[in-house]
Ligand binder design. Structure first.
Ligand code: ATR
Length: 277
């Protein structure tokens, strides 16, 4: 069996964040790179000195970056260019090093939209309730608005829901108003349900039967309480790995210019999550 080894012509990609030790991105991208036989490798960088890291990236000619917590917003002031979609979202999750210029974009919105379209089909006729109004919600809402969905936002802090809703022509609600909110799809973008908050969900289970599809962007655990309740209520469910997968697919295609081997990437995720199934 041939074992691929990096050599003097190998291109380097990576993820920057803090912490990054549990990131699934190296697994996803390296599996995809190996599947296509590209002479590239993808590493995780635990970065606290963001400005220093970015000058290192330029100096070393690192070709592209995924960006994760806590750098998605703070990175924006250090980049040479930011595209319109990342500006609208107010966050960068992807950097392309184009001939020494660092260009920021955002593929989280594509990840969210693709994950939803897989189950729901076209979104332009759908009413979608987004729970949360933080950074992740901004990407989800931007994607839904791009696809022409009707967007409703509910958040604990009403002021933040209102600000986000006003930017994207959406409506906003408090959680107390949920019994009166009509929608066919719900997307949880908050950390409620994420370990160690395993037994909490923002939607009381008696409200769930009125929704057709429930998506949670949390993937640890894979089945949040919200998704477990939704399954029991007969809703279709979408777990957080679908958005993770499709945002990585979009990054890979941007960096390499080649169609991503989606099945291979799915396989890698399934293997990594096996114990949690
Ligand atoms: P991210 O970038 O992951 O979206 P964020 O910008 O800090 O993180 O946003 C977190 C979101 O989860 C917010 O909508 C937050 O609600 P507030 O705006 O009221 O803070 C929501 N959130 C976090 N913990 C929550 C909790 N215990 N109950 C309800 N909402 C919560």
């Amino acid at each position: 069996m041939d074992i691929w080894m990096p050599d003097a012509a190998t291109s380097l990609y990576g993820i920057i964040g803090h912490p990054v030790g549990h990131s699934l991105s190296p697994l996803l991208h390296n599996r995809a790179l190996r599947a296509l036989g590209l002479n590239c490798v993808y590493l995780a960088f635990d970065v606290t000195d963001l400005e220093g890291a970015l000058s290192g990236i330029k100096a070393l000619g690192i070709k592209g970056l995924s960006v994760t917590i806590p750098h998605k917003q703070s990175i924006m002031r250090f980049l040479d260019e930011i595209d319109d979609v990342a500006k609208r979202i107010g966050a960068v999750n992807t950097v392309l090093n184009k001939d020494g210029r660092l260009i920021g974009t955002n593929t989280d919105w594509i990840g969210a939209v693709k994950a939803l379209e897989e189950e729901a089909g076209r979104l332009d006729t759908k009413k979608v309730l987004v729970l949360g109004a933080g950074g992740s919600a901004r990407a989800v809402v931007a994607g839904l608005a791009e696809r022409g969905a009707r967007v409703l936002i509910a958040n604990r802090t009403l002021e933040k829901a209102k600000d986000l809703a006003e930017q994207f022509d959406a409506r906003w609600y408090s959680f107390d108003e949920l019994p009166d909110v009509e929608a066919s799809i719900v997307v949880n973008t908050t950390s409620v349900g994420m370990a160690p908050d395993l037994e909490r969900s923002l939607i009381p289970s008696d409200l769930l039967p009125k929704y057709a599809i429930i998506m949670d962007i949390v993937y640890s655990p894979l089945k949040t309480k919200l998704l477990r309740d939704a399954e029991r209520a007969g809703c279709k469910t979408i777990n957080g790995l679908r958005m993770l997968l499709y945002q990585a697919v979009a990054q890979f295609e941007l960096w390499t210019g080649k169609p991503a081997p989606v099945k291979e990437m799915e396989h890698a995720l399934r293997e990594a999550m096996e114990p949690d199934k």
